[in-house]
Design a protein around this ligand. Sequence first.
Ligand code: DMJ
Length: 483
Amino acid sequence: MEEFSNELFFYAHNIDFTTNLAACKTAILKKILLLALLSCSISSFVFAQQFTPDMKKEMCAKVKQAAQHAWKGYKDYAWAADDLRPLTREPRNWYNHSMLMTPVDAFDTFTLLGLTSEAKEAKDLILTKLDFNVNNDVQVFEVTIRLLAGLITAYELDGDRKFLQLATDLGDRMLPVFYGTGTHMPYRYINLQTGKKRDSINNPAEIGTLMMEFGKLSSLTGNPKYYKAAKLAIMDVYNRRSALDLVGEQIDVVTGKWVSTQSHISGYIDSYYEYLYKSWKLFGDPDFKIAFDTHNAAIKKWLISPTPEGSFMRHVDMNTGKETATTYGALDAFYAGLCAYAGDTTTAKSIQQANYYMWTHFNLEPEEFNYKTGAVISPYYILRPENLESCFYLFRLTENESYLWQGKRMVDDILTHCKNDVGYASLKNVATYEKTNAMESFFFGETLKYAYLIFAPPSVLNLDKYVLTTEAHPFEMVKHNLK
Ligand code: DMJ
């Protein structure tokens, strides 16, 4: 490259204006064209170059070291808390009492990565300290996807029944949230000790993303009550879809009326779609497949927004289909993986192209930007996994090595720019790489897990046997009928 730049510099400074101006202009144009071609071929060469088995091993080793580094920070400065504030080296709890978010989210990641002593430390902590008989007013969705799912997977991977006892206790304490609204949809919060429920304004993601965990609890305990309640809830959302087969962003679970009719695949809706498809994979119940296919067709008709940089997803009104926003962000990135998983690799590739553009265009992906104007709306990055998650599904299902290169770039960026001396910190602004004081438990549960799985042998996680929850906790597929 340098050689050519120098040559161009030479041309620019040695033009004989009197004799052959036109010839010089042509020569400069040729060189510019050559430079453009060269830079294109260099970037495609990077993707065409073989990603060797040694390179995969090196990536896996890097991710393992990162997991050890972050866990050490948690142990040293936040032991037994929900998570670590990495800049001030302090513990952080979500509620009145810690519920060990980080160790529960991390246990299966340590197990899959072969980090046996870290897995043992997390297990011992969970089994000696975790107690759900506490005065915590919990957000049912977050506690379900991180804790209930983490405990269920821990039980399936490790076999210790104490994990299942904890999961069942938690499920029983949260189950009443489904009752008493007058619809089948749950309230958003419940007190684990008193059972007091609150917040009737809920959303499809928080209503629907209980299906895998509660359903799995039914299959493991033999009691159908969890599956029934969660299925009635998710199908209630589906039954309230618009004539365009879309759902809105917020719904009142008492009146059953939509409070916000904005429709998109981002936060508040995202994992509702994910759980319709994954619940079909996990339980084999065709009602979920019908619902997913109906929505997926509508998403492709109304939301997908192809651009030269790939397919982004817009926001529309669920009733009219009228565009309401052209914002896209870190959370939306999961849909490429879901499309690939559901067998549509063509759509998946084009969304992943947009995802990777979003990642590389701003240094590292921002939480949200406007893909029409290019303006960044929320410049932060909180160690989210969705872009890596889609990369994982696309590599697994297409075996196209370009996804290994994409994965490498993203993993290297995270490990370089988010690392500090005691862990990995979120970024306040991706443009400046300025850090902020948070290391969410999903960094362990999802981000590091997908980072590893992209490069690890497929046998580490067999997708014919396991379905990954929205928090990337693998659940063994259920063979018997729970309907
Ligand atoms: C995770 O907690 C889950 O994946 C959830 O469904 C939405 N995204 C966060 C991480 O970004």
